[in-house]
Structures are given as C-alpha cells and as structure tokens.
Design a protein around this ligand. Structure first.
Ligand code: FCB
Length: 454
C-alpha cells in the first residue's frame, strides 16, 4: 500500500512511544525506589524466563544516543513515561531531586533536537510502598498521585506541553488485579473495578493539577481501545460483542466523556458503588484536550457458553503476540470515537507489532511484516482523517525493542533492534520506512497550505 502523505495535515505529529520501566534500566540508581514491577519480576514464575527491567535498554544512560536516532528518524515528538519511584521513592513525601534531574535532562535533550516531549505520568510502575498500603485499590493512592503530578508538572511544565495522565487504565486494573498476569498480580474483579475507578478519579484531579502548574498544557489520557466485531450477525454474537465493547472501551470512555458508567454493565456497576463518592464522576469528566488511543487489534467476538469469547479469523495474519492484523478496525474505531464521544483531538499514542526479528548476515533486520503492519495502520489513520476523525498524531510502538511485561524480552516491538547482550541499537527496515514516510510528508504538496502573504 502506498500512503499519500498529503492526507495528513501540516500540523500532524509523527512520534514514537516508550515507557519508563520498559526501557530505562538503572533500577537502583540515583535514589530510585522500588516499583510494583520490580517486585513482580522478582517473584518466581511471573515473567517469562525470569526477565526483569533492571537493565532493559539502559535508556537511563544512553538517552542521548537514542535522541540522535530519533533525530535521524525525523520525529516530531517522543512519548516517554516518568517513573514515579524515581521522583518519590516512598510514593509521597520527600522528593528525590536526582530523579527529577534525569527527566529534566531528557526534556532538554529532546527540545534541543527539535523533538516535542509527550510525557505520561503513570505507565504502571507504581511505588511498591504505596502498593503495600493498598495500592490503587484505595483512594489515598489517587491522592498521592496528584501530589506526584504537581511535583513533576512544576518542574517540567515550562517545557513539556503535552501530558498524558494514565496509560491504559484497563490493563493496569484488569490484567494486574483480576487476571493476575501483570503487577501487582491480584485476582479479584472487585479490586479491578476499584482500581479502575481510582485511576479515573486521579486522572480528573491530575488534569486540574497540571493546568494549575502549566496553564498552556494540553492534557489527555491514553486508553487501550479496540473495535468489537461480532463474529456473525446473530443477536447472541452481537450482544456478546457489545458486552466486550462495554467492558473494555465504554467503561472508560463513558465516565470521561459523559460523566457516567455504562448502564448495561450491571455487575460492574454494583462493584463500583462501594468506592464511588459524590462528585467523583464530575471530576472524572473534567474536559480534556485530547484522547490518546492505543490500538493493536480488534476484538472478534462470539457468544460462548461462559460469556463472550474471542474468536479467530482464519483468513488473517497474526503477530507474535497472537494479535490479529486488521487495520480497518483502527479506521472504524477512530470514526466511531469521533461520532460517539466528540474528543477535541485524538493522538494514536501507540500502534505497532511484535514479530520474531532476526539480525541477518548483512547485519540488518529485514522486518517486512512489521513494515506492512505499520503501512496498513498508518493508511487506516489517513482514511479515518478523511472520514472526519480529528486525529492529530501517530506514535509508533515502539522506538526500541524493550521489556514487554509478562513476556519479558521475548517480544520485539521496536523499529530499532536491541542486541541485548551488547545493548547495540540496530535500526530495522521499518525504521527507514518510517523515516522516509515522515520526510516525504514534510516535502508533500499540501492543497490546504496557507497562501503566503504577498
Ligand atoms: C500496551 C502497553 C505498552 C506495550 C504495548 C505492546 O498495552 O501500553 O507498554 O507493552 O502494549
């Protein structure tokens, strides 16, 4: 597929995304406290091959070289997250200046290279001390998050304009608290619902806190969203798909954009009651400047004996995560979001694919499948824009191969290959494809470009 780069507006943002625990390493340096992911990785049997984020890509020490790679790529923006335990090793209270200094240097390095920082405040690495006081199951963690947000926004808000409060609250709540497959590894639906509520509540508070510290800030939240398709058009399959849509998409979209939880999810509504306080939904629906969308696959759903069931598409290609490749699902999702929720702007804050890359005899990584995946999905974004969806930017997941949570280092999502034993960076073919896309877009004729004053 050839992408017509003039389909993207002249202020479109091309980016790449990462997260602190997945790339930084330096887990014990400069006063960083323990995170729930350090603890989870240290628990035998939780992460594949016993992998940990102790070293990861060593971005903490190599960020200057990585910013050079971003510059070579021609990125407009870089999305990274801030590790709360670097800033507040005890979760609250005493600030660790060395932790703030690291992000300060990173932001300066990005700006010096003409790259706009997009900072995420919480990408799952909660301070372990707070976890021991109840973690996100209790309201006091939401309060502590707002104090942390203020500290970071006061320090970086003069230079960071784009802020993302949370990354994928659904994943942190459900995979971490009901499925037990992510930190902190609990298995209770009631806990997951409480965690989701406190994440949302703290999001609303944080929007205000960031705006207080940095009046020009643009603030949003990143959700993992996927369009739910019924596998057939029977009423049973359609109802099952709608239920999945509610559990994964509307459970977050409705409170943020409409100030209510979806009425059809009765059991979950019962579970939220004990933690819901007067005024919470008004806080959660504080207007935001943009919605961050992470999308990797669609949901193909049938009605199973024990509830909705994920079906396989026999005609589709699947990635190394066993996720279906279906770019049209992204187009449909973006158009639907615009229609149902009218977000002022949308950024695709993550999209990409894992494939089992190998470094070939010529020293390069010929990742044809990833390149095709990205081409298909960027093409879907162009179509969504043509269909009226307010998409303002696209961030590939990920700049670098990195620590893929419970899968450890076994799944490679980067457009830059990491040779883990040496930590050498090797741009993959998809890196050059993305670089060429960005540069052809920069040079593309734009019918809507403003006419220069005579
Ligand atoms: C998302 C996460 C991100 C990464 C990708 C593959 O759910 O936000 O950290 O692991 O999946």
């Amino acid at each position: 597929m050839t992408i017509d780069s003039s389909s993207f507006p002249s202020d479109f943002v091309w980016g790449a995304a990462t997260a602190s625990y997945q790339i930084e390493g330096a887990a014990h340096e400069d006063g960083r406290g323990e995170s729930v992911w350090d603890r989870f990785c240290a628990t035998p049997g939780k992460v594949r091959s016993g992998d940990t984020g102790e070293v990861a890509c060593d971005f903490y020490h190599r960020y200057r070289d990585d910013v050079k790679l971003m510059k070579e790529l021609g990125l407009d923006a870089f999305r990274f997250s801030i590790a709360w335990p670097r800033i507040l090793p005890d979760g609250r209270g005493k600030v660790n200046e060395a932790g703030l200094d690291f992000y300060d240097r990173l932001v300066d390095e990005l700006l010096a290279n003409g790259i706009e920082p997009f900072a995420t405040l919480f990408h799952w690495d909660s301070p372990q001390v707070l976890e021991e006081e109840g973690g996100w199951r209790v309201r006091s963690t939401a309060e502590a998050f707002v104090d942390y947000t203020e500290i970071v926004a006061n320090r970086l808000g003069d230079r960071v304009r784009h802020w993302i409060t949370h990354n994928e609250p659904w994943v942190y709540a459900w995979i971490g608290h009901e499925w037990g497959r992510h930190a902190p590894g609990h298995e209770s639906e009631a806990e997951a619902v409480a965690v989701a509520h406190h994440l949302l509540l703290s999001h609303g508070w944080a929007v205000e806190a960031i705006r207080g510290a940095a009046p020009d800030a643009r603030v949003g939240i990143t959700l993992n969203l996927g369009q739910a398709y019924p596998v057939t058009d029977t009423p049973e399959d359609e109802a099952a798909a709608w239920k999945v849509d509610g559990e994964s998409n509307r459970w977050f979209l409705d409170p943020i954009f409409r100030g209510s939880y979806p009425a059809d999810l009765l059991e979950r509504n019962e579970l939220v009651e004990p933690v819901l306080q007067a005024g919470d939904l008004a806080t959660i629906s504080t207007p935001i400047d943009f919605l961050g969308v992470n999308n990797y696959f669609r949901f193909l759903i049938g009605a199973g004996a024990d509830g909705p069931k994920m079906e396989r598409n026999p005609d589709a290609e699947y990635t190394d995560m066993d996720w279906e490749v279906y770019p049209e699902g992204l187009r449909k999702l973006l158009v639907r979001l615009a229609k149902d929720y009218s977000p002022p702007a949308i950024y695709i804050t993550e999209n990409g694919a894992a494939f089992p890359d190998i470094r070939s005899h010529d020293g390069h990584v010929h990742d044809l499948e990833r390149t095709a995946y990205l081409e298909g999905h960027v093409g879907a974004v162009a179509q969504a824009i043509a269909d009226g969806s307010p998409v303002k930017g696209y961030f590939v997941w990920s700049l670098l191969d990195n620590f893929e949570w419970a899968e450890g280092y076994s799944k490679r999502f980067g457009i830059v290959y990491i040779d883990y034993p040496t930590l050498e960076r090797v741009p993959k073919d998809s890196f050059y494809w993305y670089r060429d896309l960005i540069s052809s877009w920069r040079g593309a004729p734009r019918p809507s470009a403003p006419i220069a004053a005579a």
